[in-house]
Design a protein around this ligand. Structure first.
Ligand code: HEM
Ligand code: HEM
Length: 174
């Protein structure tokens, strides 16, 4: 695999930016709790569902069978990091894979808790608003970890890792 090979296909990139846009809109731009906030939240979880189906049928690194999710792969990754001998992965690395699963799960949890807030049984329940808020804070921590991970990968392997979700390739850095 060369640095100029396509790592992330067009559909995966489209879904990535759609979900990222929905998340940014709901976290920082749209008025919380208003109908647009609810529609955008449901759109985000619908795209998480679509990505999950794509993960079963896609070719290449977007397919979940290609994700390094076993415990031994995680152990090897951590060992290499501790020994400062990082190894480049052709797709997502183990830490990134778990972060993405956490991000998708948190979006689903936000949609479920958001939906529950609208039910008569939970109307005005402060604990549920706190739970929804807590999920949104953990989501922001995961996104920060994600962006930091991209910066570290690009530093370690002298490649433009962030371009992976723009052009689909990770060209070398000058
Ligand atoms: C990507 C998904 C979502 C994100 C990132 C998100 C994020 C947030 C944030 C940051 C707040 C403010 C929390 C606070 O400061 O107390 C909020 C409030 C709220 N969200 Fe969401 N949300 C999402 C999805 C949804 C969905 C799908 C619904 C409903 C169907 C929903 C309903 C609400 C409501 C009703 C509030 C106001 C709660 C209150 O009165 O304190 N959210 N959301
Ligand atoms: C709210 C903001 C964001 C969220 C929720 C988010 C979430 C995700 C998720 C879930 C994945 C896995 C994609 C998949 O396999 O389908 C991913 C991958 C990726 N994201 Fe983001 N992302 C966000 C912002 C960004 C930004 C701003 C950049 C560019 C700097 C970026 C660049 C990437 C790249 C390059 C990958 C693939 C990394 C790799 O090669 O392993 N993301 N992101």
């Amino acid at each position: 695999m060369t640095s100029q090979s396509i790592v992330w296909d067009k559909f995966t990139r489209f879904v990535h930016w759609t979900i990222a846009t929905c998340v940014v809109l709901n976290l920082y731009i749209v008025e919380e709790g208003d109908p647009p906030h609810e529609w955008i939240g449901y759109a985000a979880v619908a795209f998480v569902f679509i990505r999950s189906i794509w993960g079963i049928f896609a070719n290449g690194h977007a397919n979940f069978r290609q994700w390094p999710l076993t415990f031994s792969e995680l152990q090897t990754f951590v060992k290499n990091e501790i020994q400062r001998k990082p190894k480049p992965y052709p797709g997502h690395n183990p830490a990134a894979s778990y972060t993405y699963i956490a991000i998708w799960s948190l979006i689903a949890a936000l949609a479920i808790s958001g939906f529950m807030m609208g039910l008569d049984a939970f109307w005005g329940e402060e604990w549920l608003e706190n739970v929804h808020n807590a999920f949104s804070i953990i989501l922001q921590i995961c996104i920060l970890a994600h962006l930091l991970g991209i910066a570290v990968d690009s530093y370690h392997f002298k490649r433009k890792t962030w371009m992976g979700m723009i052009t689909g390739t990770r060209p070398p850095r000058a």
